[in-house]
Write a protein that binds this ligand. Structure first.
Ligand code: NAD
Length: 264
């Protein structure tokens, strides 16, 4: 229950799905969690619920800051707020993401607007996050950045071209950040996580996009998982916990696949 005791963690997209599960798990493990999201109502509700759950316990807390990860100004405001109010930043999870607007992501039909929408949130948002976190982490003497990619960043996706490219970019960006920070002696680690299909609002949109309806999508994707079931948000949260904590002190530039064996 204290694997992140004394750590300050910023988690983007904390209002839903994997980000919500990570916010709950990290706070439960003693972290001061600052969850951000562009959906203020959802983020506020998760933070309030975590605070209520932790009432009476001595460690772990959560609060919400509204943020659009596409905005450099928002990143500066968030980091400034966290340093002022919480004394520094130890952990950043770049989790916020979208699969697209629902338009075609077939390479022949996809619009440039669709492509840019996905890259701006999923890839540029992670770039801005890494850049914004390094400065306060350097002051702190180290830190851990966890970037949420996808198995779509490891292999091709015929009808999710923009999404897959953004997640492949996150995988590559992660390694460059890891090398730069490692070689610079910052004691800042950077790793990526590659979840398989997890039913969340985004995951369900992908299933419907691929198979037309949710039931068919779940059935077909489940068949592709050797462990015989789709993952849960908490499966990913446990993996993120390891990479965020000091238990992974010698792990950087790595890619942790959480997919029930789907890509094995
Ligand atoms: N669910 C899956 O099957 C799956 C699989 C692999 C990877 N992922 C990745 O995990 C991450 C979380 O996905 P999820 O399934 O929990 O989705 P979700 O839709 O449940 O949650 C995503 C959250 O990100 C927020 N968000 C979106 N755009 C934002 C922006 N511009 N600024 C700030 N917040 C923004 C949303 O408001 C939402 O709260 C994403 O990066 C996604 O690509 C998900």
């Amino acid at each position: 229950m204290d694997r992140l005791s004394g750590k300050v963690a910023v988690i983007t997209g904390g209002g839903s799905g994997l980000g919500e599960a990570m916010s709950r798990r990290f706070a439960d493990e003693g972290a001061v969690v600052i969850l951000t999201d562009r959906n203020a109502a959802a983020g506020e509700a998760v933070a309030a619920d975590i605070a209520a759950t932790l009432a009476g316990s001595n460690s772990g807390s959560a609060r919400f800051i509204e943020q659009d990860v596409r905005s450099a100004e928002d990143w500066a405001r968030v980091m400034d707020d966290v340093v002022k109010q919480n004394g520094g930043v130890d952990i950043l999870v770049n989790n916020a993401g979208v699969f697209g607007t629902g338009g075609s992501q077939n390479i022949e039909d996809m619009t440039l607007d669709e492509w840019r929408f996905v890259q701006e949130i999923n890839l540029e948002g992670v770039f801005l996050g890494c850049q914004a976190a390094i400065k306060p982490m350097k002051v702190r003497g180290g830190g851990s950045i966890v970037n949420i990619s996808s198995i779509a960043g490891l292999r091709g996706t015929k009808d999710l071209t923009a999404y897959g490219a953004s997640k492949g970019g996150v995988r590559q960006l992660t390694k460059s950040v890891a090398l730069h920070c490692g070689r610079s002696g910052y004691h800042i680690r950077c790793n990526s996580i590659h979840p398989g299909m997890v039913p969340t609002p985004l995951g369900n949109d992908v299933l419907v996009h691929g198979w037309g309806d949710l039931e068919t999508g779940v059935a077909n994707r489940t068949k592709a998982v050797p462990l015989g079931e789709l993952g849960t948000p908490d499966d990913v949260a446990w993996a993120a916990l390891f990479l965020a904590s000091d238990e992974s002190r010698h792990v950087t530039g790595s890619e942790l696949v959480v997919d029930g064996g789907a890509t094995a």
